[in-house]
Design a protein around this ligand. Structure first.
Ligand SMILES: NC(=O)c1ccc[n+]([C@@H]2O[C@H](COP(=O)([O-])OP(=O)(O)OC[C@H]3O[C@@H](n4cnc5c(N)ncnc54)[C@H](OP(=O)(O)O)[C@@H]3O)[C@@H](O)[C@H]2O)c1
Length: 248
């Protein structure tokens, strides 16, 4: 049990973030869950409360720098520490390079890349003030390792950026002789609300997830727990996870 340690999970109102927050809370972490849909966060809080586990909810749109500042001020004032940051909030939009809306491109970069970097900066400050220990986990994607065919080019570009940022952060931390660790997890298809958000259609999403047995959000949560179980001298850099039957 990780009693006393504090974890922040972004995008915890659904899918992968919800599963990670649940596993962390059940393992004894004091977990702060954040997203825009506060009713979803409250539902998760109440579900865990039924098992005598408490988590803190914080409503924020990660595209808003002031709201992120407020989130980290809340963590500082309530806990005075942060041990784990899971940068999970993210989305894809079907917005091709030839015909897509630039507003959709910006939204993906703002959430998947800029907000992830701002949260990381706030988190590292808190961790360094403490014992200069902690673990940052970026939820990246297989689309950060190869470019898929279709209209997901800009989404893929955001995840390639996350891949670069993972290594860049590791190097900056090394240059400062910090003990803070950074890891990316790069999943293939995970059955969540992601495909419906991306396509704008429930039927399309069902077809995407119906082709073969996809990863489940808890599979990613298991990987997070494996990363956190490593000894201090071992840093897992990137974990590539595909459904067994995913071709590309
Ligand atoms: N599912 C997959 O196949 C897959 C594969 C590879 C990587 N990923 C990555 O996994 C991560 C989680 O996705 P998921 O599959 O769990 O999708 P999901 O079920 O759609 O969940 C996405 C989460 O991100 C949050 N979010 C989106 N925009 C936000 C914003 N502006 N401010 C705050 N929170 C925001 C959502 O919360 P609110 O809407 O309540 O704000 C939600 O909690 C993403 O980074 C995604 O790129 C997913």
């Amino acid at each position: 049990m990780e009693l006393g340690k504090v974890a922040l999970v972004t995008g915890a109102s659904a899918g992968i973030g919800r599963a990670i927050a649940t596993r962390l809370a059940k393992a004894g972490y004091r977990v702060v869950i954040t997203a825009r849909r506060i009713h979803r966060l409250h539902a998760l809080r109440d579900e865990l409360l039924a098992d005598d586990i408490s988590v803190d909810t914080y409503q924020a749109d990660v595209r808003d720098d002031a709201q992120l500042q407020g989130l980290f001020t809340f963590i500082r004032e309530h806990y005075g520490r942060l041990d784990v940051l899971v940068n999970n909030a993210g989305l894809g939009r079907n917005a091709s390079l030839l015909d897509g809306e630039s507003s959709a491109w910006r939204e993906m970069f703002d959430v998947n890349v800029i907000a992830l970097s701002i949260c990381t900066q706030h988190a590292v400050k808190l961790m360094r003030e403490m014992e200069d220990r902690g673990q940052i986990i970026h939820i990246s994607s297989m689309s950060g390792h190869r470019v898929p065919t279709g209209t997901g080019g800009m989404y893929s570009a955001t995840k390639h950026a996350v891949r670069a940022l993972t290594e860049a952060l590791r190097r900056e931390l090394r240059a400062q002789d910090s003990r803070i660790k950074v890891t990316a997890i790069s999943p293939g298809f995970v059955e969540t609300e992601f495909a419906e958000v991306m396509s704008g259609s429930r039927e399309t999403a069902e077809a995407v997830y119906g082709r073969f047995p996809c990863l489940q959000p808890d599979d990613i949560a298991s990987t997070v727990m494996h990363i956190l179980a490593q000894p201090e001298h071992a840093q897992i850099h990137d974990v590539l996870m595909r459904p067994t039957q995913q071709p590309s």
